[in-house]
Ligand binder design. Structure first.
Ligand code: COA
Length: 257
């Protein structure tokens, strides 16, 4: 059991805290595993009435651990074994209310996972980015459907294609987040909402979530994205992007076939 995700249960709220601040909460295989374990537990235990994601340190998460992507790009690990997939599938099929408390950067899956949360509280100065294309990848987590549904094609395309950040304030205005508050208040506000949700009739909340989402469609889009994502992970372009990150330099895609 990793201590890189802390799990606490209080007042019907299961809190999953990312605890790898020195690596900006980059999500490793062990962390995805612990998150899945927490989410499965939330489905199974009637006493858990809401789930809250939060993170230690100055940012929510810098996304998937790039070292794990590099292993796939180098052929050491099969793309089928990318640990984000079970996490996202589990999140997409969850029936309990999910809340997220987001400070600092939320990169890649750090932003796309928010599209599967029911209430997202962001710091006004948070930075949400989906730089998949900059890494020579494609978006995942059904975000190619869910993000345009939330904010329209034009804004979603710009976020995906340019990988530029959207602030927490803007994220709340355009509908990615529920509410933007000063960074110092993010956690408390998110917990307030989680507790409120825990006090509501669980059966009605479950059905409301079910009616508002279409898990079958989301699964279909995730499968489509998954095919392209796996292909991209093994591309020379992606390997160049991952190496450039490790070597702290800008990627040079012009020399890649
Ligand atoms: N995977 C693996 N390690 C990561 C990481 C990631 N996604 N994000 C950060 N880290 C590591 C860095 O390598 C560094 O490790 P080191 O101290 O051993 O050198 C440490 O975390 C701190 O990161 P650093 O880049 O120095 O912090 P920063 O505040 O200057 O920048 C980010 C923060 C998030 C902007 C930057 O780390 C970044 O761009 N990370 C990659 C994000 C990304 O592309 N994720 C994948 C999306 S699909």
């Amino acid at each position: 059991m990793t201590d890189l995700v802390r799990t606490t249960l209080e007042g019907g709220v299961l809190t999953l805290t990312l605890n790898r601040a020195d690596k900006k909460n980059a999500l490793s295989k062990a962390m995805y595993g612990a998150l899945v374990q927490g989410m499965v537990r939330a489905e199974e235990e009637a006493g858990i009435r809401a789930v809250l994601f939060q993170a230690e340190g100055d940012m929510f998460t810098s996304g998937n651990d790039i070292a794990d992507f590099t292993e796939v790009a180098m052929g050491k690990v099969q793309p089928e074994n990318v640990a984000a997939s079970p996490f996202l599938q589990c999140l997409a099929s969850s029936t309990k209310p999910y809340v997220a408390a987001v400070q600092g950067n939320a990169v890649g899956v750090g932003t796309t996972m928010l599209l599967h949360c029911d209430m997202v509280i962001v710091a006004e100065d948070a930075k949400l980015t989906v730089p998949f294309v900059n890494l020579a990848l494609v978006p995942e987590a059904a975000s190619t459907m869910l993000l345009p549904m939330r904010i329209g094609y034009a804004r979603a395309y710009k976020m995906f294609a340019l990988g530029e950040p959207v602030s927490g304030k803007e994220a709340a205005e355009i509908g990615i987040a529920t509410e933007a508050v000063p960074a110092s208040q993010v956690r408390a506000r998110a917990m307030d909402y989680a507790k409120k949700l825990a006090s509501r009739p669980a059966g009605a909340l479950k059905l409301t979530k079910q009616l508002m989402r279409d898990p079958g469609l989301i699964k279909h889009v995730m499968e489509r994205e998954g095919v392209a994502f796996k292909e991209r992970l093994r591309s020379p372009e992606a390997l160049e992007a991952f190496r450039a990150f490790a070597e702290r330099r800008a990627p040079d895609f012009t020399k890649v076939a």
